[in-house]
Design a protein around this ligand. Sequence first.
Ligand SMILES: *Cc1c(COP(=O)(O)O)cnc(C)c1O
Length: 417
Amino acid sequence: MPISQEFAARLLPVLPAVVETYPTPFHIYDERGIVDTHRELVAAFDGAPYRQYFAVKALPNPTVLRTLLAEGSGLDCASPVELELAERLGARADDVVFTSNNTTVAEYESALKAGALITFDDRSLLDKVDRLPELVAFRVAPHGTAAGSALMGSATHSKFGVPLAELADAYRAAHRRGVRRFGIHGMICANELNLERAVRAAVEVVELGARIAAETGIELEYVNIGGGLGIPYRPTERPIDIRAYASAILAARRRAFTTHRPRIVTEIGRYLTGPHGVLVSQVVNRCRKGQDIVGLDASMSALMRPGYYGAYHHISLPYAAGRPETLVDVVGSLCENNDKFGVDRLLPAPAEGDIALIHDTGAHGHAMGFTYNGRLRPAELLLTAAGEVVEIRRAETFDDYLATARWTPTKIMESTR
Ligand SMILES: *Cc1c(COP(=O)(O)O)cnc(C)c1O
């Protein structure tokens, strides 16, 4: 959806001057917007025991993560590299949750060493490891509401979590190994914009937690409902009512647990930063090949979602208002036909040199980028709360592209002949 009026009012007056001195393409994030959304989210839980851990994978930039940590957010890590990033940012053990998938013992050990709250995605990991953390949480496989949703995949083919029927037994097994503190994790929606479905998915996890606790006699310290809240990518969509979402979850917590009420934990990524970023690029080509084509200086290396999932990202030419609108395809330079930011978009007669904005790139944007075709990942800038524009990641160069290549091959095994 078009960026918020507040972000537009902060960004649009300064952007032409930025583009004059700083090469496009780049992502630019709105610090004020990110901080405000984080505060609104926390306020929505209204003083109840609650902690949000930002899903690092959505926007793994140190400056943004540091800002969120300073606001009291924790970090949700899914790999040893993300754990190391959290550690370098000074996150303390209780600031980190580790929710991974297809986890190796070595990865588990690194999370244990970091002191993170560990989510066990699979029961078999319990038996593979010598040392267990003080507190064990299992992730429940998608079920109920989640079954068959497009982004989560079909429930029977999900690679995530412990199947519902084996969940109680997994807790009993952990208890037999001496674990006395427990949590539960269930992320059963993805990019969900419908309030009722998002609430139902979260409430199902809260209620499941209460059933498991009653059935096994354990006490749950927290219920982690993961991330998965949607944002309005399309102009016709509306943001989720975060206050209604939080109060429905708190009501379910009060209903389902009469004593020892667990705290609520979230690992929200997209909802927090997604709307507060744009990819800024310039029109470098106009041509006609069956359809009108607008070529940008950015490619899917900067934003995978349209090519990867056919995801919609709103596109605008903020300084071209008033021109007659025309139907165009907006493309990048990659030698792949899915390198298109938008198909059949109505834009004000685009011309070479126009600044084009691709909206909602603040989550799962730069982070998903890649360097196929030698199209390198762009820079990340931040519009600070004080109104400055700062570089928080430079664009990649040829040297970065080849940083891991050996110009002289390095022998790893002698010839056996
Ligand atoms: C991806 C992911 C998140 C964050 O999802 P968003 O859609 O960005 O909110 C949180 N938890 C887990 C386990 C994830 O895989």
